[in-house]
Design a protein around this ligand. Structure first.
Ligand SMILES: NC(=O)c1ccc[n+]([C@@H]2O[C@H](COP(=O)([O-])OP(=O)(O)OC[C@H]3O[C@@H](n4cnc5c(N)ncnc54)[C@H](OP(=O)(O)O)[C@@H]3O)[C@@H](O)[C@H]2O)c1
Length: 295
């Protein structure tokens, strides 16, 4: 089974590396130097256009910032659509938009190409370890085909509903992450400013009901030590919470907490820029409080 992987970014590259082992794997990346380096490191073939990548594959996987880039790469003379073969499977691992995915599935369906949205969670470390969670939106038959492919980098593979459902679950999960990042930042800033050592406060929270992935992993490994690594861009999380906002509103659910978090993340993105990591939102809380959460 030949696979084409499009988008060798922070999480795409380690996902693609798992697919290179069984091979054959064809890769395309906007910045060609990355696809060439990847190809020589992992024994894949780097091609010059998305069309060439699709033409060489039974399965095409995209992992791009948003659904907009997926739709852009599908179109045009050198686009994926021109290369995709009838009977192929298209998996979009982008954290994308449910409506866009339904649109893409419709276009591909007319050409006999099956589609599943298959976004992932677990971060870059999960991608490197091959332990990602993959949430798949597809019909049952397409899900079974998708599962055999994504198990190369996924550990928990969940069929969450029809096309678009994977992206909806992913956006909501990330909205919960946003809420947690801001809430934990505010809470620890208040405690530190009042004189409580951050490490001691965190020890208590992590043995109590206020704990979360943010308190158990992100703050100890990135904030307390001042490391602030850049693994998941804040801009991408801002995009995710916007998708979650629209999804909740379209579903007829008032979501004031998600609305507020979205506004705060959009403001943080404007201040910190496109390359900042999502955890750096806590830096803004530190600055406004005039303290640093270290320990
Ligand atoms: N990083 C994480 O921890 C994580 C976790 C879960 C889900 N995700 C999701 O996975 C997706 C990819 O994230 P990432 O962290 O890998 O992003 P990233 O590091 O910013 O990489 C984005 C990739 O998309 C390519 N790209 C950007 N704009 C493009 C365009 N206009 N045309 C063609 N290619 C374009 C980039 O190419 P260049 O190399 O040329 O820039 C790069 O290969 C996003 O939807 C994100 O929300 C990320």
């Amino acid at each position: 089974m030949a696979v084409a992987f499009i988008g060798l970014g922070a999480i795409g590259a380690p996902m693609a590396a798992h697919l290179a082992k069984p091979g054959p794997l064809v890769v395309w990346n906007r910045t060609r130097a990355k696809s060439r380096d990847f190809a020589s490191k992992y024994g894949a073939t780097a091609v010059e256009t998305p069309r060439e990548a699709a033409a060489a594959a039974d399965v095409v996987i995209t992992c791009l910032p948003t659904s907009r880039q997926v739709e852009e790469l599908l179109s045009g003379a050198d686009g994926l659509l021109q290369g995709l073969r009838p009977g192929a499977l298209f998996l979009d691992c982008t954290s994308g938009d449910p409506g866009a995915s339904r649109r893409i599935a419709g276009v591909l369906g007319e050409r006999g190409v099956a589609f599943a949205d298959a976004p992932v969670s677990g971060g870059v470390s999960g991608a490197v370890a091959g332990t990602l969670t993959v949430m798949v939106g597809a019909d049952q038959e397409t899900f079974e085909r998708a599962r055999r492919v994504v198990q190369a980098f996924g550990q928990r593979i969940e069929h969450v509903g029809p096309v678009g459902a994977g992206h909806a679950v992913k956006a909501i999960n990330n909205a919960l992450l946003d809420v947690n990042v801001l809430a934990v930042g505010e809470a620890l800033a208040a405690l530190v400013k009042a004189g409580v050592p951050a490490r001691a406060a965190l020890n208590v929270v992590n043995a109590s009901s206020g704990r979360s992935f943010v308190t158990e992993v992100l703050v100890p490994e990135r904030v307390l030590n001042g490391a602030w690594p850049r693994t998941f861009r804040l801009a991408l999380l801002d995009k995710d919470v916007e998708i979650a906002r629209s999804f909740a509103h379209d579903a007829g659910v008032a979501a004031p907490l998600i609305d507020l978090t979205g506004s705060l993340f959009t403001a943080a993105r404007a201040q910190l820029g496109e390359e900042a990591d999502h955890v750096e939102a806590i830096k803004l809380i530190e600055q406004s409080a005039g303290i640093e959460i270290r320990g």
